[in-house]
Design a binder for this molecule. Structure first.
Ligand SMILES: CC(C)(COP(=O)(O)OP(=O)(O)OC[C@H]1O[C@@H](n2cnc3c(N)ncnc32)[C@H](O)[C@@H]1OP(=O)(O)O)[C@@H](O)C(=O)NCCC(=O)NCCS
Length: 182
């Protein structure tokens, strides 16, 4: 399910100190193939896909769906962020289940370790808090995925529960924007 529901899409590109978040374009296709065929990227996300298969089936403009931001650094795609409406059928065992949006992030390995994911996700969450005020964002990640766990906590997600799925322990966290009081 990709309908983020509560906001208009696409937003204007979002600039951060080092990055731009934007809708995908045809010139991102090679980077999408790279991302989804990378065994490193797939280690905790269900595995990678064969490069030749991706080359065949990847749409001309990949990832052009509501809720998907391409992360660009110096004019080139370095990864993606997803902020789609969570599919209750897929994760019905995990509360809360009120049609929240779910954050996901995938960066090319050469872009790890520079704080780019944190910078991009912070900007996306900030945009989301304005576009869909009060709407919660959830995130699930394998507890063995150290980098992702550190990032989730850094972004302000707090643990709701842990559960077993897909043969591994999963961490389910909730992020709520701070709403100004008074
Ligand atoms: C999860 C993932 C996005 C994390 O990427 P990341 O680069 O480690 O995350 P951050 O942007 O938070 O960067 C943090 C690192 O950058 C370092 N860093 C370097 N320069 C920095 C700067 N200027 N500002 C901030 N941090 C900086 C930090 O010290 C930290 O390093 P450390 O992890 O060795 O302590 C990445 O590993 C990934 O794409 N993995 C594959 C996909 C995946 O598993 N996704 C999870 C499913 S939702």
């Amino acid at each position: 399910m990709t309908d983020p529901g509560a906001f208009a899409w696409p937003p204007a590109p979002i600039g951060t100190r080092r990055l731009v978040l934007r809708e995908s374009r045809a010139r991102d296709r090679a980077a999408f193939v790279e991302l989804l065929s990378s065994p490193e990227v797939g280690t905790y996300t269900g595995g990678s896909r064969p490069r030749d298969e991706l080359e065949r089936v990847m749409p001309e403009i990949p990832g052009r769906r509501p809720g998907i931001f391409v992360i660009e650094r110096d004019g080139a795609m370095i990864g993606i962020i997803e902020l789609n409406r969570r599919d209750p059928e897929r994760r019905s065992d995990v509360p809360p289940d009120g049609g929240e949006n779910e954050l996901g992030y995938l960066l090319l390995p050469e872009a790890w370790g520079h704080g780019y994911a944190a910078e991009a996700c912070t900007a996306a969450l900030g945009w989301f808090a304005e576009a869909a005020p009060g709407r919660p964002v959830v995130l699930s990640t394998q507890t063995a995925n150290d980098r992702s766990m550190r990032l989730a906590v850094k972004l302000g997600f707090t643990e709701v529960r842990r559960y077993e799925a897909w043969g591994a322990e999963q961490w389910f966290g909730l992020w709520s924007p701070v709403t100004p009081s008074g």
